[in-house]
Design a protein around this ligand. Structure first.
Ligand SMILES: C=C(OP(=O)(O)O)C(=O)O
Ligand SMILES: [Mg+2]
Length: 577
């Protein structure tokens, strides 16, 4: 039977394929005693052997579909399966205590996980806890006769359906087979949604109940633009959306023609359209979409993709690769923004009631200066290979900016002293994503080289609405006059001091927001690379001077988010050329 669900369109595009459920199965069991010990041991050995066979296949497939690096995680799993200290201990427990294999496995793995997690001075061993957890889950599934999802094995076209996807789940999706994904929770600016846009996988998030409404193998239609998801669509619906997909492809082909053009409005004003990246792998998309700069390099992915803190040299190589590839165009690198929803297995953070208001980003960097100085040194060394800008995330106070900049200056002076080649000029700026800093933008503007407005967080903190929580997504209002006034104040404050203002939050690539930003005089727009050509096409049709009145009215007359959407549409109808 056909069912329609509505979520939040998070990555453009239309896809039709069968559902692949990336959902944890129920692995609950009860402890019992066994009388047939030999039979129980045989059952355990069979589950271990099946898990081993399965992991070999997964490893091969992961290498084929995702690459050697991603496949290596499964080597660690195979080592644990082959380790008599682990599997032998489970078997011994079954024999000694005459209990069922499920209970023995659970007790032994809990013991190992606890032991590894306690090794706080050895991040490598701490990380093994996650491997033991994964392997135990696999053996347990075979003991209970239930199936585990194996995304690395996907080898046919599917739509991945999950309750939520972490950034690392998303990184494992192979674009060749995964035609779209749909989740129960999450918002447009959650990191999995941002990654979907850079991978160009259509996505709908925050449907509330998709995992409950669809079964594996059912046909699913996803419209990442409207947020519509249709389970078992009728033939005429499929035909309608196939046409819509063809129209979208034709539109993209039109935008593609603008790839080598500059971004100039109808009244001849030039702007920089930049791309946001997470890793050097994203450079292909940056070039394919004609980006004029990189306005945000989220370096935390470098830390997240690594098994331990990346060394200065590892980081230097990554930054150098990006700078060289951009060939003199500016690359703004943001120092590590860990915390919130981004975790490092080897850097355990304290449990917090409100991690988004907690120990994260620049707060960690100023506290853990060993980590911060290593990153800054790598950046300063790489500066010789291109046009580097550095910015600090989550700055709330002038003191934080001054402290961070002083550390940067110290490391730079040391490197210069040691005879290392560094660029003559490295711009040092900050993210504007905390309302306290936005309100004082006029004071900050005297100290920085530039601002980059992080609307993803700025909207969340201004409205006190979690960017990933669909229950409060109605409050996540980019066009609320309160948010727009802060943005206007930030831009005007930068200009009053002769500095530039950019935006690297997702709003910079939003066709409703861009006309308002043009009217406010925003200089640089940094977005998912896949949005660059769409926005270039839009800007060509608009005249900056026409939009000045729009920006004025949107901040002074309008009272609500919706009024501003209407206002933008009116201006677009009247002035779009
Ligand atoms: C660009 C931003 O940073 P992130 O999405 O990485 O938090 C932002 O907050 O707008
Ligand atoms: Mg942010």
């Amino acid at each position: 039977m056909t069912k329609t669900l509505k979520g939040i369109g998070a990555s453009d595009g239309i896809a039709i394929a069968k559902a692949y459920m990336l959902v944890e199965p129920d692995l609950s069991f009860s402890k019992s005693s066994v009388s047939e010990v030999d039979a129980e041991v045989a059952k355990l050995q069979k589950a271990i052997a099946t898990s081993t066979d399965e992991l070999h296949v997964i490893r091969d497939k992961a290498k084929e579909n995702l690459g050697e690096e991603e496949a290596q995680v499964f080597d660690a799993h195979l080592m644990i399966l082959a380790d008599p200290e682990f599997t032998g201990a489970v078997e011994q427990k079954v024999k000694d205590e005459k209990i069922n294999s499920e209970a023995a496995l659970d007790e032994v793995s809990t013991m190992f996980i606890g032991m590894f997690e306690a090794m706080t001075d050895n991040p490598y061993m701490q990380e093994r806890a996650a491997d033991v957890r994964d392997v135990s889950k696999r053996i347990m599934a075979h003991l209970l006769g239930v199936e585990l999802p194996n995304p690395a094995l996907i080898n046919e076209e599917v739509i991945v359906v999950a309750h939520d996807l972490t950034p690392s789940d998303t990184a494992q999706l192979n674009k060749k087979f995964v035609k779209a994904f749909v989740t129960d929770i999450g918002g447009r600016t959650a990191h999995s949604a941002i990654m979907a846009r850079s991978l160009e996988i259509p996505a709908v998030v925050g449907t509330g109940k998709m995992t409950a409404e669809v079964a594996a193998g059912q046909k699913v239609l996803v419209d990442g633009m409207t947020g519509e998801v249709i389970v078992e669509p009728a033939d005429d619906t499929v035909a309608e959306f196939t046409q819509k997909a063809a129209d979208f492809a034709a539109q993209k082909a039109e935008w593609d023609k603008l790839r080598d053009e500059k971004t100039v409005t109808a009244d001849g004003k030039s702007y920089t359209l930049a791309a946001n990246i997470g890793t050097p792998k994203d450079l292909t998309g940056v070039h394919e979409n004609g980006s004029e700069a990189i306005g945000l390099y989220r370096t935390e992915f470098l830390y997240m993709d690594s098994a331990e803190l990346p060394t200065e040299d590892d980081q230097f190589e990554a930054y150098k690769e990006v700078l060289e590839s951009m060939d003199g165009k500016q690359v703004v690198v943001r120092t590590m923004d860990i915390g919130g929803d981004k975790h490092l297995p080897y850097l355990p953070l304290p449990e917090e009631d409100n991690p988004f208001l907690g120990y994260r980003a620049i707060r960690i960097s100023l506290d853990r200066q060993d980590i911060f100085r290593t990153q800054l040194r790598a950046l300063i060394r790489a500066s010789a290979y291109g046009n580097l800008g550095i910015m600090f995330p989550m700055i709330a106070t002038i003191k934080e900016f001054r402290d961070a900049k002083a550390i940067f200056e110290e490391e730079k002076a040391k490197l210069v002293e040691a005879g290392v080649k560094v660029a003559d000029k490295i711009e040092v700026g900050m993210m504007m994503e905390i309302p306290a800093a936005a309100v004082l933008a006029d004071q900050f503007a005297k100290e920085v080289d530039f601002f980059s407005i992080g609307t993803n967080d700025l909207i969340a903190y201004t409205m006190a609405a979690d960017r990933g929580n669909e229950h409060v997504s109605y409050l996540y209002q980019p066009y609320n006059p309160s948010v727009l006034r802060l943005i206007k104040h930030i831009i005007e404050s930068a200009h009053a001091e002769g500095k530039w203002a950019g935006m690297c939050g997702e709003a910079a690539g939003d066709p409703i927001m861009v006309p308002i930003l043009l009217g406010m005089g925003l200089d640089e727009y940094s977005m998912s690379a896949t949005s660059v050509l769409k926005i270039r096409s839009l800007m060509k049709k608009l005249s900056t001077t026409d939009m000045v009145e729009l920006a004025e009215r949107a901040t002074k007359e309008s009272v609500t988010n919706d009024e501003n959407i209407k206002l933008v549409n009116e201006f677009m109808d009247k002035f779009s050329k």
